[in-house]
Design a protein around this ligand. Sequence first.
Ligand code: NAP
Ligand code: FER
Length: 336
Amino acid sequence: MPELVNRRWTLANRPVGYPETRDFAIVEAEVDDPRHGEILVRTLYLSLDPYMRGRLRDRRSYAVPVGIGDVIVGEGVGRVIASQSDDVAVGDIVACQIGWQEYAVVPGHMARKIDPSIAPISTALGVIGMPGLTAYHGLLAVGRPKPGETVLVSAASGAVGAVVGQIAKMNGCRVIGTVGSDQKAEYCTDELGFDACVNYKTEDVFARIAELAPDGIDIYFDNVGGTVTDAAIENLALRGRVIICGQISQYNLEEPEMAPRNLWTLITKQARIEGFLVFNFEQDHEVARARLAAWVRDGSLKYREDIVDGFEEAPRAFIGLMNGANFGKLLVKMSD
Ligand code: NAP
Ligand code: FER
């Protein structure tokens, strides 16, 4: 499709500390024709996720870092506009690793078909996508909640946190959230049915957790790290579990904080601390997606999306994700 022009956000500089808009650059390129087994996708929604900050670092992890001049990585939902794949047809809606660009050529087998009759297609990137699966597996398989237990979740109004809290409620738990604004706290209690929510920016988070959970926290689902996590560990119940899902408070620091120093509590409370990656649960994704979708359809799982209009806004929106400017799953809407 050489007549089509592709706009792509590339990495101009490796961010130092919090990313800035000058770390990203738009470049234009011709759109390639798909070859055997490949499809050409027009991006409709781009997902912005905290893990992308790690990919901008020059550090090998489960994936190679984005190089200077490379397209920024990211999952998206798009429409197939040309296909050389037997599995995917023109007109299909798919979710795939699309990158921050308007068009992408991807192998057909790497694209997951989305049924638009199940839920809005954007949910394939949020509540029924990677963040929803993270909440589902992290809470149920790692945390193993029991009725009557108290669950604390940080970044509670976000893509992962909101699903964690609601699934914990479905399992008969008492749920406390921590968030960065009163509006987010009200959303968690009034709309999502959390029992309480603490604004860690304006309240004494140690004192409030102790007050709200006098018998301790049975499960702390950690999305943030830092002070909130210190406070959660300090308030663990006997045989408490700390699930390390994310540490967003650390992602933009050049010198990560060396806390927690209060691991003494793990001895006295005979508690566990365990990290996990959503990708390790791939064998259970299909069942999990079906359950998440059913809950969304019957109204028992609510979700909120923060949809930013326009491809040009992607870096600004991503920077906002790192300081709590988003309210709900952050997406960029690229075209209709
Ligand atoms: P999100 O919660 O929708 O958005 C990020 C939120 O983090 C912000 O809105 C902000 O909310 C909070 N935040 C930002 N900086 C913070 C700081 N310094 N201290 C405390 N909170 C801060 O993002 P998400 O997609 O659901 O991801 C949540 C976490 O899960 C991230 O840490 C992510 O890396 C992790 N994750 C892990 C896996 C895995 O496989 N382990 C998979 C997906 C996501 P407030 O306004 O409330 O502060
Ligand atoms: C995330 C944070 C970290 C995430 C993955 C990681 C999929 C993994 C990091 C690593 O392996 O270095 O939000 O989401």
